[in-house]
Design a protein around this ligand. Sequence first.
Ligand SMILES: Cc1cc2nc3c(=O)[nH]c(=O)nc-3n(C[C@H](O)[C@H](O)[C@H](O)COP(=O)(O)O)c2cc1C
Length: 303
Amino acid sequence: MEPSLVTSIGKIQLERPVMLASGILGISLDVFNRLYRSGAGAVVSKSLSTEPWDGYPNPTIFGINGGGWINAVGLSNPGAPNFAKMIEPNKDVPIIISLVGSIPEDFSTMVEQFKNSKVIAYELNLSCPHVAKVGLEVGDDPELVKKIVSTVKNSTNVPVIAKVGLGTTHYLNTVSAAIDSGIDAITAINTIRAIAIDVETQRPILSNKFGGLSGTPIKPIALRCVYEISSKYDIPIIGCGGISTWEDALEFILAGASAIQIGSAIGDNWIHVFNDINKGILQYMKRKGYSKIDEMIGLAKKS
Ligand SMILES: Cc1cc2nc3c(=O)[nH]c(=O)nc-3n(C[C@H](O)[C@H](O)[C@H](O)COP(=O)(O)O)c2cc1C
């Protein structure tokens, strides 16, 4: 029998374990459709705020010699109300809405705005490393995380995921706060705060100076986080950070992830990356005799 790529992230069931990460192509229903039909098991929207945000002036993204990107786009987005209207016609694409805000009410207001849209989960961005008063500044405050997660959980029956990153508070404290307040799953990790400097102008390259590092350079760190979270907590995990091949994807599954997200690799390999990864995982499962993704989750932790 052909192995199955179906995976469960707690109550969220996906036909395939590989999804689009937030902020990469996540801005229109047409694109979501295209990605779903190209092998993505789900798509995560750009992080949305209560009002439209312009983001930072250019340059906002810089490619690093040897692979990887530093970006400080500044969470530019059309705002939750506009985005909710745009995805209302959605019929069958599994969409996860990423939300960003400073206080619990920002998040609950936005969840209310999506009540007529077909979404399979919300992902709370507690980890963007380059915008003040949101993202990582929120994730670094476990007490605020607790309030946000309980407020969102009280506002919806749709599963809620917390996306964590590496800030000044140990990220496991953020994970623990989110779990205490009833979070359904954790995405790990976001970009890592970084900088690039131009030697001729002797100035930081990005207009915001600091940005977030993504792509292959962060893969071993993201993998370490997934391994640590799954070793310490009984919570479904979505792995994210530097995944570009089926082997990378499997490493995250073996470390304890039930699903994975792809961001930067789309910039490098376009959307073929979804089906390439699906095919590679299937062939591996056949070769090793697995019939379900579930059988492989966390195997690397076995002593
Ligand atoms: C240009 C760009 C924009 C991003 N925007 C968001 C965002 O809006 N919300 C979010 O949670 N993460 C955002 N991210 C982070 C990605 O979702 C992902 O966590 C990170 O890039 C690591 O995965 P990767 O190495 O596969 O890119 C962005 C990343 C990039 C490169």
